[in-house]
Ligand binder design. Structure first.
Ligand SMILES: O=C(O)Cc1cc(O)ccc1O
Ligand SMILES: [Fe+2]
Length: 431
């Protein structure tokens, strides 16, 4: 939507007032005896009260009615959303799938929302907006990657328009409603028990990769809307869906302040670092956001992209190397063509290379790049692939393996033509 305003920065202390109510934010305190404009004060905590300052997250809402005014939650069908990682027997094979049928589907995941440690990966397809309904995830944070169709997300903090090649994060407990404008499709990484952070830059220095100022938060926007027919709040709680009714819109926050907000980021702003000498750099150089575990350097999940860039490495096989990884790699494609696969991996599709399962360039990619003239060239032009990389050993759901009926059973064949080039009589060429 043209004309939407945003506040810029990552994890900053921000404040915002709907311009219709100047002075709605209380001055000098959070809980005045009576708030300006007769609003209710409500805190949303995104971290334990006692978290160290850098990890301490909370926001204060000044709203027309508090969230607590609702009828009781009752269980509703969870559809293909699940946190049951034991639906099918474990299977370490490489998985590649086409794009999916309607709704919100859990494809894979691991861990447990109850013990606050784990992830779920979901894919969505829809063509209708949420009317008088909002969603609230009590289990964790959603990182949403639209692949087709822009989505207008109304939150308690205001509105965000998110289009393909942008991503947004709706953190735990934040209510939101989605408007769509036609066929709409994308991926969701859900993380239980940690919030996304910008990765440390180490020797890269103070700037680069995803820069904080390119993250955008909504500005306060409210509606004072009675909904006599009932407004439904859907709550994802311990892996299941619940719904409750209230008779007013939850988007009734006139002003807010704090450092716990939804945000969006345009992937075109990513400052790509790449090898300028020789060898293929590990994909951690493309980390946009990371949800850290308690083990140093080991993420619950990283969000990594493969953006357009220059490839200039000398005497190097430039595409991704063959590898086996102690992390799980779920990949998706927003548009274009992934550099390690000549065909088969479609926009909107997905692949999963599980923990220690071998993978790498298909045979055609290997042959091409073993003989290619190594001039500077644009890599991944017009392309945006991404990876959710996780230290969890993920299970694929029944839906992901069977119900979707889009599984590419012939995926392994992309490596079958790989042939031995071994020559025991090989001699180093003369300098
Ligand atoms: O497997 C993949 O395609 C992702 C990936 C890309 C890369 O450049 C290096 C390692 C890696 O796992
Ligand atoms: Fe990989």
């Amino acid at each position: 939507m043209a004309g939407l305003k945003y506040l810029s920065g990552f994890g900053n202390e921000l404040s915002s007032e709907d311009p219709r109510c100047p002075g709605a934010l209380p001055e000098g305190q959070n809980s005045p005896q009576v708030c300006p404009y007769g609003l209710y004060a409500e805190q949303l905590s995104g971290s334990a009260f006692t978290c160290p300052r850098p990890a301490n997250k909370r926001s204060w809402f000044y709203r027309i009615l508090p969230s607590v005014k609702h009828k009781p939650f009752t269980a509703v069908p969870s559809g293909n959303l699940t946190e049951n990682w034991n639906e099918v027997e474990p299977d370490p094979n490489q998985v590649c799938e086409g794009s999916k049928g309607r709704g919100l589907h859990t494809v894979c995941g691991a861990g447990d929302a109850k013990s606050r440690n784990g992830i779920g990966i979901h894919m969505y397809t829809c063509n209708t907006s949420m009317v008088d309904r909002c969603f609230n995830n009590s289990d964790g944070d959603f990182l949403i990657v639209p692949q087709q169709g822009e989505i207008l997300i109304t939150t308690e903090f205001g509105k965000m328009m998110v289009e393909p090649n942008e991503i947004c994060v709706i953190q735990q407990g934040m209510r939101f409603s989605v408007d769509v404008f036609g066929e709409t499709r994308g991926y969701i990484l859900e993380v239980y028990g940690a919030h996304f952070e910008l990765p440390d830059l180490g020797p890269i220095g103070a700037n680069g990769l995803a820069n904080p100022r390119d993250f955008l938060c909504p500005v306060a926007w409210y509606e004072d809307r009675k909904v006599a027919t009932g407004y439904t709040v859907i709550n994802k709680y311990q892996g299941k869906l619940f719904a409750c009714q209230q008779d007013f819109s939850p988007f009734n926050v006139v002003a807010w302040h704090g450092n716990y907000t939804p945000y969006k980021y345009n992937l075109k702003n990513f400052m790509v670092i790449n090898c300028v000498a020789f060898d293929h750099a590990d994909p951690s150089i493309f980390t946009v956001l990371t949800a850290k575990s308690t083990r140093p350097g080991v993420a619950i999940a990283d969000f990594v992209i493969f953006p357009p860039r220059w490839g200039v490495a000398d005497h190097t096989f430039r595409p991704p190397y063959y590898h086996r990884n102690c992390m799980s790699e779920f990949m998706g494609l927003i548009h274009g063509h992934y550099e390690a696969k000549e065909e088969g991996f479609q926009p909107g599709g997905a692949s999963l290379h599980s923990m220690m399962t071998p993978h790498g360039p298909d045979a055609e990619c290997f042959e091409k790049n073993s003989t290619a003239e190594l001039k500077p060239e644009r890599v991944a032009e017009g392309t945006m692939a991404f990876m959710f990389e996780s230290s969890f050993s993920m299970a694929v759901t029944k839906w992901g393996l069977q119900t979707c009926q889009r599984l590419d059973k012939s995926y392994y064949q992309c490596w079958e033509p790989l042939r031995s080039h071994f020559n025991p009589n090989w001699k180093p060429s003369k300098p």
